[in-house]
Every structure is written in structure tokens, then in C-alpha cells.
Design a protein around this ligand. Structure first.
Ligand code: 5GP
Length: 169
């Protein structure tokens, strides 16, 4: 499999630090719940929370829309749910990448029914050009073109998540 580096490790590290500093400002005194969307966000989330100083809780949910390929099926399923009650809580959903926005839209609607105090999204990568659903992404690491990418948590057939950089296939 041939791949080409799109975002270097060092560039990601710096951007994650900037995002953490911004979140520390915005969530000061709010004790947010950071919700990692599995599996792709696990590395971004791990790096992000270790740079944050604001006390917060971490939880996860798993959604599926890709089934291993390079094209979204467009049908989003909740595979596993949160363990924390988010009613009245400030919730920040942590995503690896927003592409069509259908996954984000699903999560927005699903978590929105649980009456959080606030519900925002942070994504490492934003393929804004591919949007089908108009979703409010408050924080984004990098805007990227319409290319399938791997590494830093993102997979192809469940492989390559361990790459320290983001690469295009
Ligand atoms: P969306 O619902 O916004 O189209 O897609 C969101 C999900 O699709 C992401 O959480 C991710 O799992 C997957 N995805 C979208 N684009 C890519 C990509 O370029 N590479 C990888 N590995 N997954 C992607």
C-alpha cells in the first residue's frame, strides 16, 4: 500500500496543543465531558486530554458508517453508547474526521435529546468540501481536501491507526 505524508507528526502536536489551550479557555470552570467517537478518535483524544488543564471526564461512544472501506455507507449506527449521564453537562464530542457530516449529525441529534447543558464538536480533520449535512463544528485541527487519509487513529481496514502522522492512501 502506497501512502504519502499529508500532515507531519510535529505539526499535529503543535495544533493539538493550540486546541487544548483554546478548550481550557472556553471550558474553564465547566467540568466538561469529552466524548471520544471510537475508534478513530482514540489517539487524538489521548493527546488532547493530556494537554488540557481543565478538570474533565472522558467517555466514549462507537458509531459505524464505513464498514471498512473508503466510502461512507451513509447509514450511521450506534454500536456502543456512553456510560455517563450527560443531562445538564457540558459535552464536547471528539472526532477524528468530519467528512459528509452524517455521523456528526447523527451524534448531534442523538446526544441532543439527552438535554446536555451544551454540545460542541472538535475534530482533528475537516473535509469541509465533502459536507452533505450542515453540522456546527466549533473546533477543527486541519481542513483537508477530498482524499482518503490514514494514520493518527484513522484506519484502512483497521490497519495504519498507529502511524504518527496523517497520510493519504
Ligand atoms: P462522515 O459521516 O462525516 O461522512 O464520516 C465520518 C467518519 O467516516 C469518520 O469518523 C471516519 O471514521 C470515517 N472517515 C471519513 N473520511 C475518512 C478518511 O479519509 N479516512 C478514514 N480512515 N476514515 C474516514
Amino acid at each position: 500500500m502506497k501512502s504519502e505524508i499529508l500532515i507531519e507528526e510535529e505539526k499535529i502536536r503543535k495544533r493539538v496543543e493550540e486546541l487544548a489551550a483554546q478548550l481550557d479557555k472556553d471550558y474553564d470552570g465547566k467540568s466538561p465531558v469529552l466524548v471520544g467517537v471510537l475508534k478513530g478518535s482514540f489517539i487524538f483524544l489521548a493527546d488532547l486530554v493530556r494537554k488540557m488543564k481543565t478538570p474533565h471526564q472522558v467517555d466514549f461512544l462507537t458509531v459505524a458508517s464505513y464498514d471498512g472501506g473508503v466510502k461512507s455507507t451513509g447509514v450511521v449506527r450506534l454500536v456502543s453508547d456512553l456510560s455517563i449521564n450527560i443531562e445538564g453537562r457540558h459535552v464536547l464530542v471528539v472526532e477524528d474526521i468530519v467528512d459528509t457530516g452524517l455521523t456528526t449529525d447523527y451524534i448531534l441529534k442523538n446526544l441532543g435529546t439527552r438535554n446536555p447543558a451544551s454540545l460542541e464538536f472538535v475534530t482533528l480533520l475537516d473535509k469541509r468540501i465533502c459536507r452533505k449535512a450542515d453540522v456546527p463544528i466549533k473546533y477543527a485541527g486541519f481542513e483537508i481536501p477530498d482524499q482518503f487519509v490514514i494514520g493518527y487513529g484513522l484506519d484502512y481496514n483497521q490497519y495504519y491507526r498507529n502511524l504518527p502522522h496523517v497520510a493519504r492512501l
